[in-house]
Design a protein around this ligand. Structure first.
Ligand code: OOB
Length: 547
C-alpha cells in the first residue's frame, strides 16, 4: 500500500477476497480484457469522434509509454484536471498503466485548490486543457508551479500544439508501447476528492480491487448490458458519473459512453436522440431543469430507460415528476466519494423510489445508525450514519489527525449524514451533521470559506451558512462581523477578494450579511442553525441585512 494510505486489516481483506468482491484485477488489466472482448464496438463518443475499445486500449498503451518517457515513474501522483473529453479517460488509464496515481481535480478548481492538491498529494505532474470555458488553465498552472517546487511537469491538451514554455503538449505524450509491470490490485489506483468538512478537500485513496468491485456491482444493480449507452453529463471527475456505474461501469459491460459535459438540457436531449442514450446520472438541480425542459422538447427521448439522481437531497415532489416527464425509470442514488453507495432498485415500488434513497449496494456494506455517543438508535429513528465495507476507505491520504475523528476505532467511516431506516430496510437521508453546503450538487466546506474570508477581508468573525433555494437546493451566505463600523465589504467586494486569491467560482458566496456578534451554542460553537434561520428571515423580509 502506498505510504500515507490506510489499508483494510489483513483478515478483512481476506474475507473480501473470499466473498468474491476483490478479484485481484487491476483497472488497467480490465481495460485490456474489455478491448479483447469488445474490440471494435464503440467505447467513447465525443462530438463527431468515436473511439472503439481496441483503439482506446492502444491509445492508452502509447500514452503510458509517453508518460514514462516524460519522466513519470511508478508511485508518482499526477493531478488530472480535464473536462469531459476522451483524453480524460485515456490519461487516467495511461497513468495507471505507467504505475502512477491520478489525483482527480475538478475542472472548476482554480489556483487556490490546485496548489493545495499538488501539495498534499506531492504531485509531480498536472494535466490541463489549454483553455476551457474561457479560462486560461496554462496561466493558472504556471502560477501553481511557481509555488510548488515538486511539480515538475505540466501536460497540456491543445489542438494547436502551442504551449507555454516548459509545458508539454499532451499529443507529445506518445511513444511506442513498452512492457510495463501490472499494478498490484490491492494497492491504491487513484485519488478522489472528499466533499470536505475541513478547510481543504481531503484525498480519498481508491484501490484497484475496491473500485473494480464498485463498478461491477453498481453495473449489476442497474442491470447494464452491452446495449446500454451512458450519457456523461456531470463532470466525470466525480465518483457518481465515473464509477456508479457511470463511465467505467458502462465500459465494463461493453456499452457506449457519450461524453457531454455540463451541456444545457436541450443539447443533452439532442444527444439522447442521436446516440440512443439509455441512461444517465444527474444531480437534483439538473434533474429539475431536464424535467422542466422535457415538456417543450421535440427530441425523441424514448431510448432512455433509467435516470439516476443523487448527490444532494431530491424532494419527493421533484422525484415524482421524473418518471412521467422523461418517460423512464428513476433511481435515487445516495453515495459518497469515500465509498458507500445506496440505490433504489428496479424491483422497488414507485413510493419507495420517490421517498427513499434506497439500500446499500453490497452485502458487504456494514451500516450503523448511532446517536452522539455512538450508541445504536432504535429502529426507524434518525442518527449518524457510520459505514465500513469492501469499497469504503479506511483513512484519508496523509491525514492522521483528521482520520482519528473521521473513523471509529473499529474502522467505521463517520459519513456526517443523518439517516433513518424505513421498515423495509431502505435509508432516508434526513440531514447533515457535517458543516457542508450542497449548492446545486457542488459540495462547499463552510470551514474552508470561513478561513478564506478571515484571511483576506477586514472582518473579525465569519460564518458561512446554507440558505434554502428552489433551484440549487442551497445557496451560500457569508455572515460577517466587521472589524470596524462603517467598513462592511459588500457582496461584489467579497467575491472579488476571494476571486483574486484563485478560489473556484462555485465557492464564492451568493450573499453577504453582517451581524454584531455570531450566536453561540451552549458549548460555545457558532450556532449555525440559529444563524441560518435569522439570516433567512431577514433576507425574505427585505430588511437589508443581506446584500
Ligand atoms: C456524492 O459524493 P460526494 O462525495 O460528492 O458527496 C457525498 C455527500 C453525502 O455524504 C451526502 O451528504 C450527500 O453528498 N449526498 C446526498 C445524496 N447523495 C449524496 N444527500 C441526500 N440525498 C442523496 N441522494 O454526492 C455521490 C457519490 C456517488 C454517487 C452519488 C453521489
Amino acid at each position: 500500500m502506498l505510504a500515507g494510505c490506510t489499508g483494510w486489516p489483513d483478515e478483512t481483506a481476506e474475507t473480501y477476497r473470499a466473498s468474491g468482491y476483490w478479484r485481484g484485477e487491476s483497472l488497467t488489466s480490465l481495460l485490456r480484457s474489455w478491448a479483447r472482448a469488445y474490440g471494435e464496438r464503440t467505447s467513447l463518443v465525443h462530438g463527431e469522434r468515436r473511439i472503439s475499445y481496441a483503439e482506446l486500449d492502444a491509445l492508452v498503451d502509447r500514452s503510458a509509454a509517453g508518460f514514462r518517457a516524460h519522466g513519470i515513474t511508478p508511485g508518482d501522483r499526477v493531478v488530472l484536471q480535464l473536462p469531459n473529453v476522451p483524453e480524460f479517460v485515456v490519461v487516467y488509464f495511461a497513468l495507471l498503466r505507467a504505475g502512477a496515481h491520478p489525483v482527480f481535480a475538478l475542472a472548476a478548481h482554480r489556483a487556490n485548490e490546485i496548489r493545495h492538491l499538488c501539495q498534499v498529494s506531492g504531485a509531480v505532474g498536472h494535466v490541463i486543457p489549454k483553455r476551457h470555458l474561457g479560462f486560461d488553465f496554462e496561466a493558472m498552472a504556471e502560477q501553481v508551479q511557481t509555488d510548488t517546487p515538486g511539480l515538475r511537469s505540466v501536460f497540456v491538451l491543445t489542438s494547436d500544439e502551442e504551449v507555454a514554455d516548459g509545458f508539454v503538449p499532451l499529443s507529445e505524450v506518445d511513444a511506442d508501447p513498452v512492457d510495463l509491470p501490472e499494478p498490484d490490485a490491492s494497492d491504491v489506483a487513484f485519488f478522489l476528492l472528499s466533499g470536505g468538512t475541513t478547510a481543504m478537500p481531503k484525498l480519498i485513496p481508491r484501490t484497484h480491487d475496491d473500485y473494480a468491485y464498485q463498478i461491477r456491482a453498481s453495473a449489476r444493480v442497474c442491470r447494464l448490458s452491452a446495449e446500454d449507452v451512458y450519457l456523461a453529463v456531470l463532470p466525470i471527475e466525480f465518483n457518481f458519473p465515473w464509477g456508479c456505474p457511470g463511465v467505467l461501469g458502462t465500459l465494463d459491460v461493453g456499452g457506449t459512453v457519450v461524453l457531454a459535459g455540463e451541456a444545457v438540457a436541450e443539447d443533452c436531449f439532442a444527444l439522447v436522440e442521436r446516440e440512443g442514450v439509455t441512461f444517465t446520472s444527474l444531480v437534483p438541480t439538473l434533474a429539475r431543469l431536464w424535467v422542466d425542459e422535457a415538456r417543450w422538447t421535440r427530441r425523441d427521448l424514448s431510448s432512455l430507460r433509467l435516470v439516476q439522481v443523487g448527490g444532494a437531497r431530491l424532494t419527493p415532489q421533484l422525484a415524482a415528476r421524473v418518471q412521467p416527464a422523461l418517460g423512464c425509470r428513476l433511481q435515487q442514488v445516495f453515495g459518497m466519494a469515500e465509498g458507500l453507495l445506496c440505490f433504489t432498485r428496479d424491483t422497488d415500488d414507485d413510493d419507495t423510489v420517490v421517498t427513499t434513497q434506497g439500500s446499500p449496494m453490497s452485502p458487504g456494506d456494514e451500516i450503523r445508525v448511532v446517536d452522539d455517543a455512538d450508541q445504536e438508535v432504535p429502529a426507524g429513528r434518525p442518527g449518524h450514519l457510520l459505514v465500513r465495507g469492501p469499497y469504503t476507505l479506511r483513512g484519508y491520504f496523509r491525514a492522521p489527525e483528521h482520520n482519528a475523528h473521521a473513523f471509529t476505532d473499529d474502522g467505521y467511516y463517520r459519513t456526517g449524514d443523518i439517516v433513518r431506516h424505513t421498515a423495509e430496510g431502505n435509508l432516508v437521508v434526513e440531514g447533515r451533521a457535517k458543516d457542508v453546503i450542497i449548492r446545486g450538487g457542488d459540495k462547499i466546506s463552510a470551514a474552508e470559506i470561513e478561513e478564506l474570508l478571515l484571511d483576506h477581508l477586514d472582518v473579525v468573525q465569519a460564518a458561512v451558512v446554507g440558505l434554502p433555494d428552489e433551484l440549487l437546493g442551497e445557496r451560500t451566505c457569508a455572515v460577517l462581523v466587521a472589524a470596524a463600523a462603517g467598513n462592511r465589504p459588500d457582496l461584489p467586494q467579497v467575491k472579488r477578494a476571494l476571486h483574486a486569491r484563485g478560489v473556484a467560482e462555485y465557492k464564492l458566496p451568493d450573499r453577504v450579511a453582517y451581524v454584531d456578534a455570531l450566536p453561540l451554542t451552549p458549548l460555545g460553537k457558532v450556532d449555525k442553525k440559529a444563524l441560518a434561520a435569522r439570516v433567512a428571515v431577514t433576507a425574505s423580509s427585505g430588511k437589508g441585512l443581506c446584500t
